[in-house]
Design a protein around this ligand. Structure first.
Ligand SMILES: *[C@@H]1O[C@H](CO)[C@@H](O)[C@H](O)[C@H]1NC(C)=O
Ligand SMILES: *[C@@H]1O[C@H](CO)[C@@H](O)[C@H](O)[C@H]1NC(C)=O
Length: 598
């Protein structure tokens, strides 16, 4: 990395910033201390460029959410009447006043309409690239530093705090990549190559696990979970999909590429009847489709969906935006956040995917509050279009032991909830293991523990109040002070998340995680949509009010195990909803009859 400024001028810069952290007329928009796993290396060179990706205030988010709660309420007369893109835009486009004030502010800094590089369809998100010295002037002398992720060496330029002029601040909800240390990590265990012996033959039973011997489908008496096993376990084996009118979206971020040949190998071995099925790939924001570099997460997600939901079409969305930062002059550092670009793209589609499966997330506290609010509001817009949005609940139970502290400078011991699962407009999926009965997936056997928790950012939505209050009553004082008793609780549901047998670069691997559970649940939802579409009904869209109204009907309750973490027993699974596995794992046939009733 090259630095154009001398050490002396760097010091001068720092002391200047400390002397006037927030000039008169500016208000702090967002601030976040860098989490412990990020080291602040140096002041960012002032001629380096950054992308300012502005999330403009929406005209009527409250109106959108109120309408969404009506059309997702199975007892409302308008249930299932999802909105068109234009109907969403009518709520979410910026007002004339917002447009005027933001344009005037940009013009004051020499940024004309022609400098705007990207504009979302609803025009509530725009990007401009500026040198850091200009960004500082625009953002109340915000300090930009080079940060390095201690484990991976990943570098990024960002701020820990930024401000906007008092009159502009209400019109910009967030600047997506600033004060943001989210990494959009994939939730899967490190994958393990299977030995020749372990690979076995998928058509004959392998070694029966003692705990899964009785009551499990014969096809699940394996050391490893296959498509065959999942279809019998969850009851989709007899369902003949119609396959029209929808597609399943699978999110990919970072350098995760889904491989076409590996899918054929998976189908040949685990779902012969669907050999030849292909997913399509859409690249967003400079994402790639590098067939020579298959990714374990990407392959897991695309293989599971194909095995369970083919012939329903699926699309792998490879979103760029987190390249390793290089301080080359003139190369703008990207916004380094996974969701905004993908959401802008999906919200612009006339036919978005009916189901979106995303196996990525971050500790909520590494995501700035204004950013989380905005992205969550964008998920509300997308699910209002009739898209069921599923997110993995995370693989560290209530938090990885070494990191269970607040990053507000006080280092208070706390559980660490995971975003976006904490957003009330998405459906969060936890992980189980074993078969008869299924229990909470935990690290000793599965290398991962089903993620669980309560948001510090989002209040508990009305649809889950009864279920969560019931659980908290049973829980009593256990974990008191370690979690937020009024927050949005997750996960909502669960599915197998242990030892899936997948193919990467032509080899067999075992992989665990809510990363596996999420495409499994997404496939089940797509099959339910399939039956609804065939019956002339709409897609299931925003799922949570429907799921909570079933109150466990259509799910196998998981009552054994814990979401361990933070050196505690975490949250125990209990009868009924619990924050280890939600309502439990799907019973397709029951869900099908329920889904066709509304
Ligand atoms: C909090 O923890 C960090 C990292 O371990 C340490 O550097 C810092 O001094 C701690 N702060 C307090 C107030 O204990
Ligand atoms: C707990 O969650 C609520 C939202 O439900 C939030 O307002 C509050 O700040 C949170 N408490 C903490 C300590 O983060």
């Amino acid at each position: 990395m090259k630095f154009s400024s001398s050490l002396l001028s760097l010091f001068a810069l720092v002391s200047l910033v400390i002397a006037s952290p927030n000039p008169a007329g500016f208000v702090v928009k967002d601030s976040l201390n860098a989490p412990q796993d990020w080291a602040r290396r140096s002041v960012a060179p002032s001629d380096e460029h950054v992308v300012l990706h502005l999330g403009l205030a929406k005209r009527d988010q409250a109106g959108l959410e109120a309408r969404l709660l009506e059309i997702s309420d199975p007892d409302h007369k308008d249930y299932g009447e999802w909105l068109t893109a234009d109907e969403v835009d009518a709520f979410t486009a910026p007002s004339a006043e917002t447009r005027t004030i933001v344009s005037r502010w940009l013009e004051e800094h020499g940024l004309m309409d022609s400098h705007i590089e990207k504009r979302s369809v609803s025009e509530n998100s725009i990007s401009v690239t500026v040198p850091i010295h200009k960004a500082r002037a625009m953002l109340g002398d915000a300090e930009f530093h080079v940060y390095e992720h201690r484990d991976t060496g990943e570098e990024r330029i960002t701020t820990e705090s930024y401000s906007l002029p008092r009159d502009v601040a209400p019109h910009i909800e967030t600047i997506f990549g600033l004060a943001n240390f989210a990494r959009g990590s994939a939730f899967r265990s490190p994958i393990r190559v299977l030995t020749q012996e372990e690979q076995g033959d998928d058509s004959t039973p392998g070694v029966v696990k003692a705990s899964s011997a009785s009551g499990a489908p014969a096809s699940c008496n394996f050391n490893y979970v296959t498509a065959h096993c999942l279809r019998y376990l969850y009851g989709t084996e007899d369902y003949k999909p119609y396959g029209k009118g929808q597609h399943i979206g699978i999110s990919g971020f970072g350098k995760e590429y889904a491989n076409f040949d590996d899918l054929q190998l998976y189908l040949k071995n685990q779902r012969k009847a669907r050999e030849g099925y292909k997913f399509s790939v859409t690249t967003i924001n400079g994402g790639h489709n590098t067939q020579s570099k298959p990714g374990a997460e990407a392959n897991l997600d695309t293989q599971v969906v194909a095995g369970l939901a083919a012939p329903i079409r699926s699309t792998y969305y490879s979103t760029g935006g987190s390249p390793p930062f290089k301080a080359d002059k003139g190369t703008p550092t990207n916004t380094n956040e996974p969701y905004a670009e993908q959401l802008d793209y999906l919200l612009g589609l006339t036919h978005p995917p009916a189901v979106l499966s995303t196996s990525y997330g971050d500790d909520e506290q590494t995501v700035p509050y204004a950013y989380a609010k905005r992205v969550c509001a964008d998920f509300a817009s997308l699910t209002a279009r009739g898209v069921s949005i599923l997110f993995a609940s995370g693989d560290s139970g209530v938090g990885a032991a070494s990191s269970c502290q607040t990053n507000d400078g006080l280092n208070t011991t706390t559980f660490l909830p995971v975003f976006p699962s904490t957003c009330p407009w998405v459906t969060s999926v936890g992980a189980t293991m074993d078969f008869a009965p299924e229990v909470v997936a935990e690290a000793k056997e599965s290398y991962i523990t089903s993620g669980a928790g309560f948001s510090n950012y989002f209040a508990r939505p009305s649809y889950q109040k009864t279920a969560v209050q019931g659980y908290l009553k049973t829980l009593g004082t256990e974990n008191a002070g370690l979690y937020n008793t009024t927050g949005r609780a997750y996960p909502d549901v669960a599915a197998q998340g242990s030892r899936y047998k997948i193919y990467v670069g032509g080899k067999y691997y075992a992989v665990s995680g809510t990363s596996a559970s999420t495409p499994t649940m997404a496939s089940i939802i797509a099959l339910l949509n399939d039956a609804r579409l065939k019956a002339g009904k709409s897609t299931l869209g925003f799922l949570n009010p429907w799921i909570y109204s079933l109150n466990g009907k259509g799910f196998t309750d998981v009552t054994s195990g814990n979401s361990y973490g933070c050196s505690t027993d975490g949250f125990p699974a209990t009868e009924g909803w619990d924050p280890a596995t939600g309502f439990g794992t799907p019973k397709f046939k029951t869900l099908l009859s329920q889904a066709l009733k509304k």
